[in-house]
Write a protein that binds this ligand. Structure first.
Ligand SMILES: *Cc1c(COP(=O)(O)O)cnc(C)c1O
Length: 382
């Protein structure tokens, strides 16, 4: 049996709650599971309001729309991320400004952000990569110093934690999804919490929450039905999806523990291979290892694509390459964006990084099998 990158683990309550929707007929975006799911996820993340939407991409689009940007305004975003971050900025008529990532965490490098802040900068969008938190304190400080909004993309970091205030004596662990003005999640099938397809926007600001609710629902207001005072989108989540999500959130602790133990098992098996970079866990971070990712940090090893093919063809093990940098995306280059820009860390890991099977249903034996295949292939590359 091939080992896939992801197999979701769905339980008894998932089946029960979804069946309840079908029995009761509440299958659209009206229905009791939506509010419960929104409230529980917001509360888990330490936020006042949750607005469920149809995808993580939609969550980013709505979050950026809630900033009220004007044409020519700039948003700082990592070069190493998914394209949804950039399309959300473009949808708002604003300009994405890229910053390279940190070599160890693969998240936006806070030390490089200050030099990209200019007259037109309005917001910073940190993205937690592969389950490891961004170093947020320096970004929060920059945002408040320059009056910028902070949009946190936590799509890969359900349950991950960040030690805030480590420089002082008031340090405390905070959940990803609780930072800045607005945070977003994806509940796609391979994310830690899934609704099949889905997302959520979190905020503490009641007015922003009200905007987000109108925005996801075609801009319907409280006055005459079908009279619109603002333009919205259809980003609604269904009660069916929320039912699935609620069952998942009820066992989030188990999900996070399982992910962390998969990460620990991989670390144990792969430690000590010279030139193989394993995922970091900084002392100020509790990663959830959304995907267990490695970088072939030595020219003696083949690039990630060659290794990925070997693992698939010889060992029946599925892997995925890393993101490709935003400045190397043909669709974005065609818009005249990022011309002549270089982001060396992003460029390197895009070519030399891949992630291994990481789904919740992965067994200890499968982890051992993946690791011995990897050792065999890397050994023979020497
Ligand atoms: C998955 C993901 C998204 C997009 O979520 P979808 O639900 O697939 O639209 C956005 N940002 C990051 C960082 C992601 O990993």
């Amino acid at each position: 049996m091939p080992i896939p990158v992801n197999r979701p683990l769905l339980g008894k309550n998932e089946l029960e709650y979804v069946s309840d929707c079908i029995r009761s007929g509440w299958i659209s975006s009206a229905g009791p599971y939506l509010e419960r799911f929104e409230a529980q996820w917001a509360s888990y993340c330490g936020r006042s309001f949750g607005v469920a939407v149809s995808s993580g991409t939609g969550a980013l689009q709505a979050a950026v729309a809630s900033l009220g940007l004007e044409p020519g305004d700039e948003v700082i975003v990592p070069s190493f991320t998914i394209i949804s971050c950039v399309t959300a900025i473009l949808d708002a008529g604003a300009k994405p400004v890229l910053v390279d990532c940190d070599e160890a965490t693969w998240c936006i490098d806070p030390a490089l952000v200050a030099q990209r802040i200019g007259e037109r900068t309005r917001a910073i969008m940190p993205v937690h990569i592969y389950g490891h938190p961004v170093d947020l304190d320096p970004l929060t400080a920059l945002a408040s110093e320059h009056g910028l909004a902070l949009v946190e993309d936590a799509a890969e970091a359900h349950g991950a934690e960040y030690l805030s205030g480590r420089e002082g004596d008031a340090s405390h662990w905070m959940r990803c999804g609780s930072f800045g003005d607005v945070s977003t999640f994806s509940f796609y099938a391979n994310k830690l919490v899934t609704t099949g397809e889905g997302g959520m926007v979190l905020t503490d600001d009641p007015e922003r929450a009200a905007f987000l609710r109108r925005h996801r629902d075609l801009g319907f207001g409280s006055g005459r039905r079908f009279e619109h005072h603002e333009l919205g989108r259809n980003l609604r989540m269904t009660n069916l999806q929320a039912a699935l999500g609620l069952a998942q959130v009820e066992r989030i602790d188990e999900i996070v523990a399982r992910k962390r133990s998969i990460g620990a098992a991989y670390n144990e098996h792969l430690r000590g291979i010279d030139g193989l970079q394993l995922p970091a866990e900084k002392p100020w971070a509790r990663s959830v290892y959304w995907m267990y990712a490695v970088v072939l940090d030595d020219p003696k090893f083949p690039d990630a694509e060659t290794l990925g093919q070997k693992l698939r063809d010889v060992h029946q093990i599925e892997t995925r390459p890393f993101f490709l940098g935003m400045h190397e995306q043909p669709a974005l280059r065609a818009l005249g964006l990022f011309e002549g820009e270089r982001y060396p860390v992003t460029e390197k890991i895009a070519r030399r990084g891949l992630y291994l099977p990481s789904g919740l249903a992965l067994t200890e034996d499968e982890i051992a099998e993946v690791c011995s295949a990897l050792r065999a292939e890397l050994g023979s590359a020497r």
